[in-house]
Write a protein that binds this ligand. Structure first.
Ligand SMILES: [Zn+2]
Length: 253
């Protein structure tokens, strides 16, 4: 069933998706765990991840972080081959990821779920600090990673403010960015945007696919998920925009 679903998605991306192909559009990508031992949908093997990075480098994609969006509220769409790489949850392997990114002079944002830090599969505080010291942007991915759809206003406020305070205290830097846990369209609404403003976040990233448009809502930046089956050929299609065809569909590849 899973394979059939992947086959259909690939087929749509390669056919109808070709009409969406446009490398002048800016796209963000969401990675999770990079590991050879994880078997879940979101864990990408080290080998494939290296291939992604080599592809980005060899094809001269420019990588950006939140400063780009904060300085360009209306991002220039003629900016060729611009992408934003993000890593959610704060997995232990993020330091290895950072080594590789530095080697290729690529930027990225690491979104940390603060209550996960120091737990088994995740970074400890020394390692989060190391990522920050190496020049990577650190953002919040909430405190406990609960689905925002299930939370009342006070709980939403706590998820946003507690994680921000902890990160700022530990890193001694202002935390400007937030990535919604699960990040689906049904978790985003005016109340969430108000609380983001109240807790002084400047930019927020979703898990809604597609590319950056000129009328960008800075609290609703789209990101395209990277899955365990995304070999370099599929990744290339995602970079070029074929998968933008799925942006309004609940299933997000
Ligand atoms: Zn997450």
């Amino acid at each position: 069933m899973k394979q059939l679903k992947e086959f259909i998605i690939k087929g749509i991306a390669n056919s109808i998706g070709s009409f969406y192909k446009d490398t002048t559009k800016i796209r963000c990508f969401t990675y999770h765990n990079i590991s050879d031992s994880g078997k879940d949908k979101f864990t990408l093997s080290n080998k494939i991840f290296v291939q992604h990075i080599e592809y980005i480098y060899e094809n001269e994609y420019r990588t950006i972080d939140s400063n780009f969006f904060l300085c360009n509220r209306k991002p220039k769409l003629s900016d060729k081959k611009v992408i934003c790489l993000t890593f959610d949850d704060g997995f232990k392997n993020n330091l290895y990821v950072a080594d590789l990114l530095l080697e290729y002079k690529l930027k990225a944002i690491f979104f940390i779920t603060t209550s996960f830090v120091n737990q088994d599969k995740y970074l400890d505080w020394g390692e989060v600090k190391e990522l920050s010291n190496r020049g990577f942007e650190i953002g919040s991915h909430s405190h406990t990673h609960r689905n925002f759809r299930m939370l009342n206003n006070q709980e939403l406020y706590n998820e946003l403010s507690i994680s921000k305070d902890i990160l700022q205290n530990k890193l001694g830097k202002e935390i400007k960015s937030f990535a919604f846990p699960f990040g689906k369209i049904n978790t985003l609404n005016e109340i969430v945007y108000e609380i983001l403003e109240k807790t002084n976040y400047l930019v927020a990233y979703t898990q809604i696919g597609g590319h950056i448009t000129e009328n960008l809502n800075i609290f609703k930046i789209p990101r395209n998920g990277i899955n365990s089956t995304d070999n370099v050929h599929i990744f290339r299609k995602k970079l070029e925009g074929n998968y933008d065809v799925f942006k309004n569909i609940t299933y997000l590849p």
